[in-house]
Design a protein around this ligand. Structure first.
Ligand code: R5P
Length: 301
């Protein structure tokens, strides 16, 4: 039995195994059974538990998955793990980073504390942190790492992008990382102005839209969820005369219905990382996560 192993849930078996291969460690399944009333039973694998257990699961569908990763952490510890590290390529509840209305819970802080109580370290990719400096602000008691997907996304975009492509960030919050991605790819870029008035109600303008006439555009964002932001951005780019409009996102938590609707409404292609495995997954996050894990888990060095 090696000192370190990766443990995954069924839906993340493929990306977890990719990461395990890159790290040169074994990957075992955590078993989950759902009771008729909706409760989950989580069982650590029968194989001996490694002293350093890395648990791999993205936290889309967060309410159920959060409970299950907590149960899995306990099962791994009870089975002998001395250190349990959560690798959650997509970390949920990061958008509610303040009380937007009086009386609301600040979910980001609450979920951060819950994870810090159960895990010895947390690793994620492009977390949605807009009003705090970093994950350390919400999980000060444990080491945390947030890695950017930009290098993996840039490699993917590079394969077939035209030289006159313009990258579009939908809102001011995306400015820094759209600029960084454009820098890596030597492409022009612009940023939109977005106003959200409801979960699905998004108004968006592209102040620089005239530059899109006769050129292909790629809209880049950290998250695709209801598709409201993407749809508004696609409309603007099309109206401005873009010849082709694609989307590249780090995390695609959108339903298949949303994806089909976007593809039928003016979006030519949607690609994402495999942080949430699905029809848009086109590039692995393993290559950006692996180097970071080596630094965090000294036994791998
Ligand atoms: C917002 O700040 C994010 O970067 C995304 O633009 C947003 O979360 C996408 O959500 P939706 O697809 O629901 O518009």
């Amino acid at each position: 039995m090696s000192d370190i192993a990766l443990y995954c849930f069924r839906e993340t078996r493929v990306p977890a195994r990719r990461l395990a291969d890159q790290l040169g460690v074994a990957c075992h399944d955590v078993i989950v059974r759902h009771f008729p009333d909706g409760e989950s039973l989580v069982r650590a694998p029968d194989a001996m538990i490694a002293p350093v257990a890395m648990l791999y699961r993205s936290l889309d569908h967060p309410n159920r998955k959060l409970v299950e990763v907590m149960l899995a952490a306990a099962a791994l510890r009870d089975g002998g793990a001395r250190q349990v590290v959560l690798i959650a390529p997509y970390l949920a509840y990061m958008r509610q980073d303040m009380a937007f209305r009086r009386g609301e819970a600040v979910s980001q802080r609450v979920v951060g504390s819950l994870l810090a109580e159960r895990f010895d370290a947390v690793v994620t990719v492009d977390p949605h942190l807009h009003r705090i400096a970093g994950l350390a602000d919400i999980m000060p008691a444990i080491p945390t790492r947030a890695v950017a997907a930009a290098p993996a996304l840039a490699e993917m975009i590079k394969v077939d992008r035209a030289a006159d492509t313009v990258l579009i960030g939908p809102d001011s919050e995306s400015r820094a990382w759209v600029a960084a991605l454009a820098g890596r790819l030597d492409l022009a870029w612009m940023v939109g102005e977005k106003r959200r008035s409801g979960d699905r109600a998004v108004a968006l303008t592209l102040p620089d839209a005239a530059r899109l006439r006769g050129r292909p555009a790629i809209i880049v964002d950290d998250l695709l969820s209801t598709g409201g932001t993407m749809m508004a951005c696609v409309d603007e780019a099309r109206n401005a005369g873009a010849t082709r409009v694609e989307a590249v996102v780090t995390h695609c938590i959108a339903s298949r219905t949303v994806i089909s609707h976007l593809l039928a409404s003016g979006l030519d292609r949607i690609r994402s990382t495999d942080s949430i495995p699905g029809p848009t997954s086109a590039v692995s996050v393993a290559s950006v996560i692996a180097p970071l894990i080596s630094g965090l888990v000294p036994q791998l060095g």
